[in-house]
Design a protein around this ligand. Structure first.
Ligand code: UD1
Ligand code: CA
Length: 458
């Protein structure tokens, strides 16, 4: 038997009013991706180009997902059944898998398992149901005396004894497309909300004598759907636990996991440790045997192997192998530090490179600088990269084996050539030749008896 064709239809046409937000509900961020991304990702194996039903104003959807989705608009919100109706014009496959866009929890395996078993059962309609400790506002599964599936009743429409049911509708369905079309036209908004419910199609299927398969999720379901900010926070914590569990199983030590935030796409090598209070966001990668934190923030950062980043903030930068950063340093976008380099305490680096074995150990600002290998930058040194007028920043070049004395001002554009030294307290305004000593400071003058004269008029 050849595999029947299946398209997927994601419902995101609701206004998500309970979020109280200008941002569409399913585009709210959960661990570095819009909530909807998790649904699209989990369905990718079944359908790489899902149909999404959105409200009429869907620019934000298009900006986030581009051509990855097929867009269907639901001009007015008349319920999930009406949303499916709006999406069906794009369905040509024999089957359509329908799911809610506000549910980032089902995995690719959950969708695949549901689909495969529903097809094996030759279902005309199928629904994925689960048991939940707190079913709250979710639709309850109604069964006959001999436990056959009879339909779904929304919590709002349920009788008190039905509210005691813990078996709930997860909002994932499979329909034979032709049958679904015939049921959709028969839907009636006979409920408290006056809406068209997709769930009513299941009851119709049962009444018509069609094959309706009710697939009970094997594992306990943690929650279903995100409708307000409290559930958004819960969603983040559920997915965070999955992410941290995965990292732990892969050999990463997470110290005090409840204090750590790691975005979904962050990669961390084995034997690395993420210490308490750290936050790793976006496209961050950490190599093996590195120590991140306590209290480090990495955003789109690449950190090598056997490197420590202690109580520091790194964004859009790459830190090499066997490096040390921190405590209390700020590495801004466009910075590259090569192996064995050190950025110590209270330093700010921006759009700069630091060569192998070079050190900026204390209290420096290094902006728009190219620093070669084996350079030592004295405490308190800054690059003066901005002249206060032009928009372009000027570059400082420090060649290899240079020693910059403490508290220097390097007035860019300027080059300190290979092997040169600069004296403590210098304001270097022009290039220093190779192996020269650059001194640029006032000569010390001692005024004998000056204090005595001031204090006592002598
Ligand atoms: C829905 C189900 C409920 C199930 C729960 C699972 C219905 C009637 N109820 O309830 O049985 O337990 O999901 O999480 O379907 N939508 C539209 N257009 C609309 C209204 C909604 O596209 O006019 C979309 C929403 O964007 C959302 C999905 O349909 O992604 C479900 O709507 P929502 O209002 O969240 O339904 P629930 O009350 O959560
Ligand atoms: Ca919902």
């Amino acid at each position: 038997m050849s595999t029947p064709s299946v398209q997927t239809l994601i419902l995101a046409g609701g206004l998500g009013t309970r979020m109280k937000s200008a941002v569409p509900k399913v585009l709210h961020d959960v661990l570095g991706h819009p909530m909807l991304w998790y649904v699209v990702d989990a369905l990718a194996d079944i359908d790489p180009q899902p149909i999404i039903v959105t409200p009429a104003a869907n620019e934000a959807f298009r900006a986030a997902f581009g051509d990855r989705l097929t867009y269907a608009v639901q001009p007015e919100q008349h319920g999930s059944g009406h949303a499916v109706q709006c999406g069906m014009e794009h369905v040509s496959a024999e089957y359509v898998l329908v799911c809610n866009g506000d549910d980032p929890f089902p995995s690719a395996e959950d969708y695949r398992g549901f689909l495969d078993e529903s097809l094996v059962e030759h279902a005309d309609a199928a629904v994925l149901v689960a048991y939940l400790d707190n079913p709250d506002k979710l639709g309850r599964v109604i069964r006959t005396a001999d436990s056959a599936f009879a339909g779904i009743v929304e919590a709002r429409d349920a009788r008190p004894e039905q509210l005691g049911i813990h078996e709930i509708n997860t909002g994932v369905y499979l329909f034979r497309s032709a049958d679904l079309r015939s049921w959709l036209v028969q839907m009636k908004p006979n409920n408290v909300q006056g809406e068209y419910y997709i769930t009513d199609c299941l009851a119709m299927a049962v009444q018509n004598g069609s094959r309706v398969y009710c697939h009970v999720a094997r594992d306990k379901w943690e929650l279903s759907g995100v409708n307000d900010r409290a559930e958004l926070a819960l969603a983040a914590s559920v997915l965070q636990r999955r992410k941290l569990d995965h990292l732990s199983r892969e050999g990463v030590t997470i110290d005090m996991p409840e204090t750590v935030r790691v975005d979904w796409d962050v990669a961390i090598g084995r034997d690395s440790e993420i210490r308490q209070g750290s936050c790793l966001k976006g496209n961050t990668k950490v190599g093996h045997s590195s120590i991140i934190g306590p209290n480090t923030i990495l955003i789109d950062a690449q950190v090598g192997d056997e490197t420590t980043v202690l109580a520091s903030f790194v964004e859009g930068s790459a830190i090499g192998n066997n490096c040390v950063v921190g405590p209390f340093s700020y590495i801004r976008p466009g910075t590259l530090t090569a192996e064995r380099s050190k950025v110590g305490a209270f330093c700010e680096l921006k759009a700069s490179s630091l060569g192998a074995g070079s050190k900026v150990p204390h209290l420096s600002y290094i902006g728009d600088a190219t620093i070669a290998e084996n350079v030592n930058v004295g405490a308190g040194t800054i690059t003066c990269n901005y002249d206060g007028f032009t928009h372009a920043k000027h570059r400082t070049v420090i060649e290899k084996d240079v020693f910059i004395g403490a508290n220097n001002n390097l007035v860019a554009p300027v080059t300190i050539h290979e092997g040169a030294y600069t004296a403590t307290g210098s304001t270097i305004t022009h290039d220093v030749p190779p192996e020269a000593l650059g001194i640029a400071r006032a000569v010390q003058v001692d005024k004998e008896g000056w204090v005595r004269r001031k204090k006592h008029g002598q």
